[in-house]
Write a protein that binds this ligand. Structure first.
Ligand code: ADP
Ligand code: TRP
Length: 318
């Protein structure tokens, strides 16, 4: 039996944090053995946030090194770059033509942007349609993402259904895959860990950075178990093992934080080392990406031919 297909993307908007890792990236590595998969760099999604040539360029290379360092193996999973494959934006346009504005207005990401009273770009508004195209081009079965992306995967599903209804069976319906235990990784202030809240612990943090972040974890003065410290700690060790330690050291916030620093360091140090190795040969990493894009392109353009046939724009005799 052929393997199921998995796909996920990460925006190159800056260094990943442990929330991205436990919420999404780690799953890619674990799943690459059991699925045929794609992990891609969503640079055209990132363009909504990063409009600076040097920064975009640097972020793309960094995220590629990050993926390789966490253990993605190009022999098992295809790593590619969204902007290398024109079919993504092309299909997003086709989806736009039958997607209504009120439907897109229900997107959490759009509502959040409205709430911040920002002028919203068409690209931001349209984000779910580009993401639907990312997914649907590859006949994907599962999309491993954090809880906050679940709605976007549902948009992709709805869009597939709508297209299939209008033009005939074309797209497979994808399922989101959310890791239950760590659906939302909390940040050092207890809110969702996010780059935009600046409450994050970088995945490749130096020892000094780890110390600074952990010492900055917000605690209350109840003298019991420091909730935010415990929540982050439980990503690294089973709660069963941690609880007796936290109970015996109730109120000793500094000691507990030092323990967390130690465990974080044990977890991060090998990742940091692997990343340094990949950094030494960037042309090799870029070659991996280029090859991945070539492979993905074959699949995407085949699907796109089918789409063009279904919508009636293929008129030339072959
Ligand atoms: P950020 O909020 O820091 O900008 P992104 O939106 O770039 O993070 O998210 C990248 C991926 O990591 C997504 O799949 C997202 O669901 C996941 N993710 C981000 N933050 C968390 C978190 N705190 N807990 C779990 N998963 C997360
Ligand atoms: N929107 C996702 C995020 O913000 C990134 C992304 C773009 C994605 N296209 C995707 C994730 C397709 C999964 C599948 O994290």
């Amino acid at each position: 039996m052929s393997k199921k297909v998995l796909l996920s993307g990460v925006k190159p908007t800056g260094a990943p944090h442990i929330g991205n890792y436990f919420g999404a990236m780690k799953q890619f590595v674990e799943l690459q053995n059991d699925y045929d998969g794609y992990v891609f760099i969503a640079d055209y999604h990132a363009l909504n946030f990063i409009q600076n040539k040097e920064e975009m360029h640097k972020n793309i290379i960094n995220i590629l090194l990050d993926y390789l360092a966490i253990g993605l193996d190009p022999k098992k999973i295809t790593i590619f770059k969204q902007s290398d494959i024109l079919e993504h934006t092309e299909l997003a346009w086709i989806f736009d033509t039958f997607t209504t504005m009120p439907y897109l207005m229900r997107a959490h990401a759009y509502k959040d942007a409205l709430g911040k009273n920002k002028e919203i770009s068409v690209g931001t508004f349209n984000y779910p349609m580009l993401m639907a195209a990312d997914i649907l081009l590859y006949d994907v079965d599962v999309v491993p993402v954090g809880q906050d992306q679940k709605q976007h995967v549902e948009y992709a599903r709805d869009t597939a259904e709508k297209f299939n209804y209008i033009f005939g069976e074309t797209f497979k319906l994808p399922e989101p895959m959310i890791m239950k235990d760590v659906a939302v990784v909390p940040g050092i202030d207890g809110r969702k860990m996010s780059k935009s809240y600046n409450n994050h612990i970088p995945l490749f943090a130096s020892h000094e950075e780890v110390k600074k972040c952990v010492m900055g974890i917000v605690t209350d003065s109840s003298g019991g178990i420091p909730k935010n410290v415990f929540a982050i700690h439980s990503l690294l060790r089973p709660e069963k093992e941690l609880l007796p330690i936290y109970e015996s050291k109730a109120g000793k916030y500094k000691e507990l934080k030092e323990l967390l620093i130690e465990d974080l360091e044990k977890f991060i140090a090998p990742l940091r080392e692997r990343r340094k190795e990949f950094e030494k040969d960037i042309p090799k990493a870029l070659k991996i990406l280029e090859e991945g894009s070539k492979k993905a392109k074959i699949v995407a353009s085949k699907k796109m031919q089918e789409v063009k046939e279904k919508i009636g724009v293929n008129i030339y005799e072959k």
